[in-house]
Design a protein. Structure first.
Length: 103
């Protein structure tokens, strides 16, 4: 039987309701270009390692990166909604406020 992480994203979502999988919404900031990357994963340590090692095409050219925020969600749907919020205009304003609170 395939593990949850071995399945395509759509199948993971269907199977997730039968397992105790948590999802994480995370925000990375590029220290070289001040670019913010927002993402969703069910395995945060693995995904961050991929970003930090340049294994993610979306952030490879923006290294080094700094993790500035993480939210824990019970479902993939909830995580995607929060990720979409952070990608919206008001969500970007919230990200700036989060970063200001870190300084």
């Amino acid at each position: 039987m395939a593990k949850l992480v071995d399945l395509p994203a759509g199948r993971q979502a269907r199977r997730a309701k039968y397992t105790n999988v948590m999802y994480f919404v995370y925000i990375l900031k590029s220290l070289s270009s001040n670019f913010y990357y927002k993402g969703t994963t069910n395995n945060l340590p693995r995904r961050l390692t991929q970003h930090y090692n340049g294994q993610s095409p979306s952030t490879r050219k923006r290294l080094p990166l700094k993790l500035i925020h993480v939210e824990i969600c019970q479902t993939r749907k909830e995580a995607r909604e929060i990720e979409k919020f952070f990608k919206s205009g008001f969500g970007r304003e919230i990200i700036y406020e989060i970063e200001l609170s870190l300084d």
